[in-house]
Design a protein around this ligand. Structure first.
Ligand code: GLU
Length: 421
C-alpha cells in the first residue's frame, strides 16, 4: 500500500478527537467542558454552481467549520483539494483552536475547504469558484466573526478575490476580513514566509535543546508548497544541508545536498521537482524514510503512521503540515527518542503573522518586515519553551505538552465565560 492509500484510510477527525482526549484525560477536564470542546460549534456545507469555460455549469461542494469561538473570532485557512471532506475540515478547524491557544493569539479555530483540483481550472474558473464559494459562506464570515486565510492550494490572489467579494457586498473595503492578502491590499510583510519561518525558529530551539549543530545537520522536506519550499530555503540559510524534497507528484534526493534556490526554479519551469539535474528521483514515501537529522513533513495529513514510523531516521520531526502524524506513530516516535515538534506549535507562525496582518488592517497600519519577524520570533520561542516545560513536567511527548497548554487555555476561557443562557 502507498502512503497515499494509508493516509486516505485514516480519518483525520478521529485522530483530532483522539489527540484531544489524551490531553483531556491528563488535565482531568470537567466532563461537561470536555463534551463541548470535543465537537465543532458550527458546520456549514454548501453546494454551489460555477460556469466553466466550455459553457457548462458545474456544481462544487465546500465547507466552513467553526470549531470554537471562546477566545475570539474563528481563524483558519481555506484549502482547495480534490480530497477535501467534512471530517478533514472539522479536524483542521479543531487544530486551529489549539494552535491559536498554544501561541496565545486571541482567536478561536475555523477552517474551510472546497472539493476541487484547482490545477485543472483556468484562471477565470478559479476566480469564479473562489468568489462564489466566499459568497456562500459569507453568512459566517466577517472581521469580528471568522477570518479566512490561505491553506493548501490557495494563494494571495485568491485572498484578494475573497476580500473584494466581501467588500463589494457590504459596499466598502474591508481588508480585515481575510489574511494572507497581497501586500498592496493590506497584506502583511513576511506573511508569505511566516509558516516556514516559524517552523525554522522552532527547529533552531529544538536543535539547541538537543545540542545539535544545524550546520552539520541534514534535512528532508516532504511537500514543496508555501510551507515546504520556503522552509527548505530558510533551513539551508541556517547552514543545514537539504538532501531530499518532494512535491505532490515525486521526490528527489542528493545526499551531498540540493541547491534549493535552483530546485525552486526547476519546479517553476517544469511544474514538478522530478528530473532535477544531479538528483535521483525517489517516491514521497522514500523522502520520509531518508537518512537525515531533521524531517519536515510539509504536505498533508496522515503521512507518518504506524506502518512507517519505525523507519523514520531523523532525530527531529518538525510538522510544518497539519496532522501529518497519527497518534500511533506519535507513540512509536516518542519511544524511539525522536523529538517531534507538533503541528499546532511548529506551523503556528502562519496564523501568528495572519494575526499581525489583521491587527495592522484594523488599525490602518503597516509594519516593517523586521518588526514582523522579530515579533514572530518572540512568540514562537516563548510558545516552544512553554510546551517543552509542560512536556518535561508531565513526562509526555511534545504534542501532548502542546495540547495540555492549549486545551487548558481554551477550557479556562470557556469556564470563565460560563454557560449561556
Ligand atoms: N492555513 C494556515 C494554518 O493551517 C494559516 C491559517 C491562518 O493564517 O489563519 O495554520
Amino acid at each position: 500500500m502507498t502512503t497515499e492509500h494509508v493516509a486516505a484510510e485514516i480519518n483525520a477527525w478521529k485522530v483530532a478527537q483522539q489527540q484531544f482526549d489524551l490531553a483531556a484525560d491528563r488535565l482531568n477536564l470537567d466532563p461537561g467542558l470536555r463534551r463541548v470542546l470535543r465537537e465543532p460549534r458550527r458546520e456549514l456545507t454548501v453546494h454551489f454552481p460555477v460556469q466553466m469555460d466550455d459553457g457548462s455549469v458545474q456544481v462544487f461542494t465546500g465547507y466552513r467549520v467553526q470549531h470554537n469561538l471562546g477566545r475570539g473570532p474563528a481563524k483558519g485557512g481555506i484549502r482547495f483539494h480534490q480530497d477535501v471532506s467534512i471530517d478533514e475540515v472539522k479536524a483542521l478547524a479543531m487544530w486551529m483552536t489549539w494552535k491559536c491557544a498554544v501561541v496565545g493569539i486571541p482567536y478561536g479555530g475555523g477552517k474551510g475547504g472546497v472539493i476541487v483540483d484547482p490545477k485543472k481550472l483556468s484562471m477565470k474558473e478559479l476566480e469564479h469558484l473562489s468568489r462564489r464559494f466566499f459568497t456562500e459562506i459569507e453568512v459566517l464570515i466577517g472581521p469580528e466573526r471568522d477570518i479566512p486565510a490561505p491553506d493548501v492550494n490557495t494563494t494571495p490572489q485568491i485572498m484578494a478575490w475573497f476580500m473584494d467579494t466581501y467588500s463589494m457586498h457590504v459596499g466598502y473595503t474591508v481588508p480585515g476580513v481575510v489574511t494572507g492578502k497581497p501586500i498592496s491590499l493590506g497584506g502583511s510583510e513576511g506573511r508569505n514566509e511566516a509558516t516556514a519561518r516559524g517552523c525554522v525558529y522552532t527547529i533552531v530551539e529544538a536543535a539547541n535543546h538537543l545540542g545539535m549543530d544545524l550546520t552539520k545537520s541534514t534535512v528532508a522536506v516532504q511537500g514543496f508548497g508555501n510551507a515546504g519550499s520556503i522552509a527548505a530555503q530558510l533551513i539551508a540559510a541556517e547552514g543545514a544541508t537539504v538532501v531530499a524534497v518532494s512535491d505532490s507528484t515525486s521526490g528527489i534526493r542528493n545526499m551531498s545536498g540540493l541547491d534549493i534556490a535552483r530546485v525552486v526554479n526547476w519546479k517553476k519551469e517544469h511544474g514538478t521537482v522530478k528530473g532535477f539535474p544531479g538528483a535521483e528521483d525517489i517516491t514521497n514515501a522514500e523522502v520520509l524514510e531518508t537518512e537525515c537529522d531533521i524531517l519536515i513533513p510539509a504536505a498533508l495529513e496522515n503521512q507518518i503512521t504506524a506502518r512507517n514510523a519505525g523507519n523514520i531516521k531523523a532525530k527531529i520531526v518538525a510538522e510544518a503540515a497539519n496532522g501529518p502524524t497519527t497518534p500511533e506513530a506519535d507513540e512509536i516516535l516518542f519511544a524511539r527518542g525522536i523529538f517531534l515538534i507538533p503541528d499546532i506549535l511548529c506551523n503556528a507562525g502562519g496564523v501568528t503573522v495572519s494575526y499581525f496582518e489583521w491587527v495592522q488592517d484594523l488599525n490602518r497600519d503597516h509594519w516593517t518586515e523586521d518588526e514582523v519577524n522579530a515579533k514572530l520570533k518572540t512568540i514562537m520561542v516563548k510558545a516552544f519553551n512553554e510546551v517543552l516545560d509542560q512536556a518535561h513536567h508531565h513526562d509526555v511527548n511534545m504534542r501532548t505538552g502542546a495540547y495540555l497548554n492549549a486545551v487548558q487555555r481554551v477550557a479556562d476561557a470557556t469556564a470563565m465565560r460560563g454557560l449561556y443562557p
